[in-house]
Design a protein around this ligand. Sequence first.
Ligand code: DC
Length: 210
Amino acid sequence: MLVIAIDGPAGSGKSTVARALAERLDLEYLDTGAMYRAITFAALRHGVDPADVEPVAALARQVDMDIGEVVMVDGVDASIEIRGPAVTQAVSLVANNPEVRTEMVSRQREWVHKRGGGVLEGRDIGTVVFPDAQLKVYLTASPEVRARRRAKEVTDLDYETVAADLVRRDTYDSQRENDPLRQADDATSLDTSNLSVEEIVDQLVAMLDQ
Ligand code: DC
């Protein structure tokens, strides 16, 4: 079973790289950040306060989600809204909920076992979800490059707002109590600031072949 773990902060290129690498290796790809966003979307939709630990955890256990190019949450297409400002603002709180994390980690492992492998991207894949993955990569990029990439994705917000939100979220994600963002000791770190997607994928494939 080939499992590839790609972690790193927002805007480090994880999604683009994970998708391209999965395609190159003919594996499926899972965006685990979209799962935390899906729970946040469900909470907001049901009027549950994202900071309210127990109700959000209960919601996480029963919500039905399908994560792909289209993200379905309890039968509703949430693809656009999970990237919007309301979800982006609240998602860090949901991601620090330990019971939500337990449920998501278990769903992620199940996803991989069903497919016999895959490429997963997130914050805790190499440290918690699949510490034994064959390839563990920690992507980084300069703050300016990361903010520029994110600003391109979210067209309705200006660069300054995106940059400030990125710093806020990174700080919170790295300092939170539960499974904070950190590089696994045995993960290979790669700065993507000045590399094309093609170059990054080539490097990762070469690491796998070693
Ligand atoms: O990668 P993203 O911006 O879509 O992630 C959304 C949030 O979810 C982000 O604040 C970090 C959190 N997250 C996490 O805690 N663990 C993961 N495996 C993936 C994302």
